[in-house]
Structures are given as C-alpha cells and as structure tokens.
Design a protein around this ligand. Structure first.
Ligand code: FAD
Length: 453
C-alpha cells in the first residue's frame, strides 16, 4: 500500500510553515544552537534547517521543503549517532523525536519513529513483556535497530533488529511505504541493519518476548587483573548458555585510576545464576561487587546514568573473532597511555541466538561469534581542548587492534575516516543494500547515513 502526499502545487516555504507552524528552526533563530546540538559536542554541524516533526504529514512537508531547496536530508531520533550524522551540515534535519508513541497489543509493540529504547522497554513491561534493546534506554529505537542493537538479551534473543517485523517509511518524494514480509520485503531486509538510508521511518513493529527478571550488576577489578579477566570471562559466558550476556571494559574511577569491569546480565535459573556470578568474580580480586535481581527496565536505567551528554567524543570500533593475547595486550597498552580520564573501552560479546540467524535474513553483516570493541575517546571541550590528541589515541588503538580483527566493524559507531571498514562491514550484503538504496532513494538524498553508495 502506498499513499502520495501531493504538495507539488504549493509554494514550498509556505507549505512548510502551514503544515509545521513553529516547528521549523533556521540559522539566526535563538533556538538554533540548542536545536543543532547532539550527544557528541565535537559534532559541530550547522544545518540549513531543522524541522521538528510530530506527524507523518510534518515529515512529508519537511521532505518537500528539502526537495524544493535542494537540501540533503538527515534524520534525527535521539541524537546518539557516534559522529552526529543525524544533524547534517548544510542539510535539512528531519527531527522525529516528538513522534514517540509506543503501543503494545498481542505481543507486538508498534513504535513511532522517534521513540527511545527506554519508552519501548516501559511499554513492553506494562504488558509483562521484554523488548530487545541495547544497553541504554536513551538511544533512539529506530536508530538502534537500523544499525544493529547489541544488548543484554543478545545471546537469548539476538540483536534488536532480529525482533523487527515491519516498518512504515516516508520516502524522499513524500511517498508512504510499508516494509514487511508481504510488502517490500527487500526494504524490510535492508532496514534490519542497513542503516538509516532509505527514508524516514515513522513506525516500526517489534515482536516482544516473555518478561523475565534479570540477575545483573557490576563487578569492578583492579587494573592489574585486566589481562586475566579479559582472557577468561568469555569462557564462563560460553559455558553458561544463552541466558548470560556479559559486557566488559575499562573506565576510570573518580580518582583517575583505571578499572576493568564486568557487567553480567542473566535471565535463567536463579541458583545457577548465583554460581555464574561467583565464577566471574573469581577471575580476579574484585574491589566492588554489586549483583542483584532487577527488572530489565531497572537494568537499562542503571546504564543510562552513565551516559554523559555534551563531551567531545571520537568513537571507533573493531570486530574481534576471539580475545587473543595480542588483542588483550593492545587494549591494555592503550589503556596505560590514556589521553583522558573520560575515555572508555567497551566489549560486547555477540553470541548465542544472534549467531544462529542466517546471514541472508538481514542486512547486518556479521553473524559469527565475535567481540565488538568500542573505543570511546572523550574529552571536555569546555576546557578549550580541540580533541586532536584524543582522536589520535582512538585511531592508534583501532590500528593496533586491526591485525587481530575481522574486516568491518559496527557501522553506526564508525566515522568518515573509517569508510573502508564501513564497506567491509556489510560483506556480501553490500551490493544488495546498494540496489535497495537505488530503488527507494534513487536521488541519494538520505546521504548523511553511513551506507557507502
Ligand atoms: C552513548 C551511546 C550508547 C550506545 N549504546 C549502544 C548499545 O548498547 N548497543 C548498540 O547496538 N548500539 C549502541 N549505540 C549506538 C547507537 O545504537 C547508534 O548510534 C544509533 O544509530 C543511535 O540512534 P539515535 O536515534 O539515538 O541517534 P540519531 O543520531 O538520532 O540517529 C542515528 C542515525 O539513525 C538513523 N535514524 C534514526 N532514526 C531514524 C528514523 N526514524 N528514520 C530513519 N533513520 C533514522 C539516521 O540515519 C541517523 O543518522 C550507542 C551509542 C551511544 C552514543
């Protein structure tokens, strides 16, 4: 089913003002600087126009204005793209964050294009369900799903995109299209990991899962334990089956010292869970352990508290097939020469159900077991820091990990410098994705997203 919204008879600017009164922010407007800001303050982009869309008609009007003015388009959900690509320099920003309704019926969540993962989790919990998300609720559900969605349920239920069963989009020319197994199945395939490249997603449908409590928390080890813990933690996860996911990594404590953390999340039998938590602790001599049975909602909230908006960030990543001695040494050496105490390294373990989805079912490029190493250099731009030494630090660690890594990486956390890695990330899916792109965005107007054309 497609539906045209014909604005061709109306003068563009007035059509936009009529349809979206007071929802348009232009340079010079007192709201402009706040409106162009995203999580990453190093993304200092100056769009030509920002439109706050509340309905699909607003989206259509915004797209019409972009066409009329010859502006490239970017779509902003919650603004947590690593590079701030959702605020397109000199382009038109379709901000969908006010389109945030979530409805649950019959085990399916219908999620508006700007709803956060946290809103989806809350709505699912209210009907005694779990939604598959990333580790943070502040992230946009559409942005997360379009790129992947590594989260605490990855081993039991796969990536967030593996629960996507349908979507609605507005294409660059205002056309409304459905993507589901019956209508435009290729577009549904492409949305499952192919990036935000085809149109504005105004709604998505997700399969929900039975609710479960989670045994979860944080184990902090002294940095001297890092090599051993990184070498052995994955074996405990592998022996535990699909109910355990363990996030690992490095951050600095308030006194500046580094810690190696494990953040386990277990959804299985309580007694077995306790023994797995004890095994993880026995990998070293932790100085802080907080493990508790919590709701999935509370687990995700505890990670939201760790997100800091407004710093400068340089984000890179690598996909490691296994935790080899060489990769562990590269992570430890880089951590020993940190350029900033705000910098973190996070390791996601992709395993279990996520590896059992056939390669060709979704556009996501890597279905074998792997570790996603997120390198997140962070600094305080208010202190007059231009970020160059932190960018170098992140680039150096990415280069040091390259000999141990698989080709590619997680596209939404790669940038312009990593264009080769982004192409490799899609592997055998790249040509099919580019064909879908030519069909649904043949003029390439959604060019701010990460898919190489
Ligand atoms: C602090 C932080 C934590 C993160 N944690 C995780 C995690 O645990 N697991 C994980 O897998 N990833 C994680 N990510 C990566 C994150 O999932 C992606 O960066 C995601 O694209 C962000 O979506 P957003 O809506 O918040 O960001 P935005 O910057 O608003 O959007 C990012 C891109 O998504 C596309 N997009 C968003 N909404 C739409 C829409 N409605 N229609 C069409 N295109 C759209 C656009 O191409 C846009 O450029 C994290 C990122 C950050 C910065």
């Amino acid at each position: 089913m497609t539906k045209k919204f014909d604005l061709s008879s109306q003068p563009a600017a007035s059509a936009l003002q009529t349809l979206i009164p007071s929802k348009v922010v232009l340079p010079g407007d007192e709201r402009y600087d706040a409106a162009r800001r995203v999580w990453n303050r190093a993304a200092d982009h100056h769009p030509a126009m920002i439109t706050y869309c509340e309905t699909t008609q607003d989206v259509q009007a915004a797209l019409y204005a972009a066409r009329d003015r010859g502006l490239p388009i970017s779509v902003r959900g919650a603004g947590y793209d690593g590079e701030g690509r959702s605020v397109r320099d000199k382009g038109l920003v379709v901000d969908v964050s006010r389109m945030n309704q979530v409805e649950v019926s019959g085990g399916i969540a219908t999620v508006a294009g700007g709803a956060t993962a946290g809103a989806v989790i809350s709505a699912a919990a209210a009907s005694d369900h779990l939604a598959v998300t990333g580790w943070m609720g502040v992230i946009g559900m559409a942005g997360l799903t379009l790129s992947g969605g590594y989260g605490p349920l990855i081993a039991s239920h796969g990536l967030a995109l593996d629960s996507l069963v349908g979507a609605e989009l507005i294409l660059a020319d205002g056309e409304h299209v459905i993507a589901d197994p019956q209508e435009n199945p290729d577009l549904l395939w492409a949305l499952r990991g192919g990036g935000g490249n085809f149109g504005v997603v105004t709604a998505m449908k997700f399969r929900l899962h039975p609710n479960r409590a989670v045994l979860a928390g944080m184990i902090l080890f002294p940095w001297s334990d890092a090599a051993r813990v990184l070498r052995d933690y994955a074996e405990i996860a592998a022996s535990a089956g699909d109910d355990l996911t363990v996030l690992a990594g490095m951050f600095c404590l308030p006194d500046g010292s580094k810690t190696l953390f494990l953040a386990p999340a277990w959804t299985g039998d309580a007694a077995l869970g306790e023994s797995l938590m004890a095994s993880l602790q026995s990998l070293g001599t932790p100085f802080h352990v907080h493990i508790d049975t919590v709701s999935y909602q509370d687990l995700i909230r505890s990670f939201d508290h760790r997100v800091v908006d407004g710093r400068g960030y340089a984000v890179k990543n690598r996909w490691l097939p296994e935790m080899t001695q060489g990769a562990i040494s590269a992570i430890i050496e880089a951590s020993d020469s940190l350029s900033s105490p705000f910098t973190t390294i996070i390791l996601h373990h992709f395993r279990g159900a996520a590896t059992r989805v056939p390669d060709a079912d979704t556009a996501f490029g890597l279905r074998r077991e792997h570790f996603l190493v997120e390198i997140i250099a962070a600094w305080d731009p208010a202190a007059g820091d231009n970020g160059s030494r932190h960018r170098s630090w992140a680039r150096n660690l990415s280069t040091a990990l390259a000999p141990f890594a698989l080709p590619g990486g997680y596209p939404s956390l790669l940038g312009l410098d990593d264009i080769e890695q982004i192409g490799q990330a899609y592997g055998a899916s790249l040509q099919r994705l580019q064909a879908v792109k030519r069909r649904f965005d043949h003029r390439g107007l959604f060019s701010a997203a990460h898919l190489p054309t």
